[in-house]
Design a binder for this molecule. Structure first.
Ligand SMILES: [Ca+2]
Ligand SMILES: [Ca+2]
Ligand SMILES: [Ca+2]
Length: 160
């Protein structure tokens, strides 16, 4: 009787330990993708127009990065600072000037971190896509047809 109870406790302890272990393990990503929070990020080496960048991210099973909070923005800005190039992310107001949405999920910006003076709809209101530039403290609207680097976001992968 005592042995069975002890065995039960042992199982319970093992179950608790494995649950905690799984909960605490970091997001696992495909090769070449960088984990942060619940997502994985691909920092492109090539340059594309915004819409081609979105298509490429989808081919990889992801989407152009959608920034939901300060922690995610800070992570992406640090990657941009390291690379010293301009990067597209997934926000656009191309459908309705001044109404910014994350295009892959078609959701309004719940968090926004525009650089001072942005979005400025420069170039005759032709700036309809969000890019992030090295050394900046926020986002910029830029002409979507410019050929720039881009950041894809995707789900983490389960590994058994
Ligand atoms: Ca995100
Ligand atoms: Ca615009
Ligand atoms: Ca701008």
């Amino acid at each position: 009787m005592l042995t069975r109870k002890a065995l039960g406790l042992l199982f319970l302890a093992a179950a608790c330990f494995s649950t905690i272990h799984i909960a605490r393990s970091a997001t696992r990503c495909n090769h070449g993708w960088i984990p942060h929070g619940q997502s994985c990020y691909l920092i492109s080496h090539d340059q594309e127009q915004w819409n081609n960048a979105e298509s490429i991210c989808e081919l990889f099973g992801g989407y152009l990065a959608e920034i939901q909070n300060a922690a995610e923005y800070n992570f992406i800005q640090s990657q941009v600072n390291t690379t010293q190039k301009n990067f597209w992310v997934g926000g656009s107001d191309i459908e309705n000037e001044g109404t910014w949405i994350w295009m892959a999920s078609m959701t309004p910006l719940s968090y926004a971190k525009w650089e001072a003076g942005e979005p400025n709809s420069d170039h005759n209101s032709d700036e309809n896509c969000i890019d992030i530039r090295p050394g900046k403290l926020g986002w910029n609207d830029e002409r979507c047809y410019l050929v720039q680097n881009y950041i894809c976001e995707g789900e983490g992968v389960e590994r058994l």
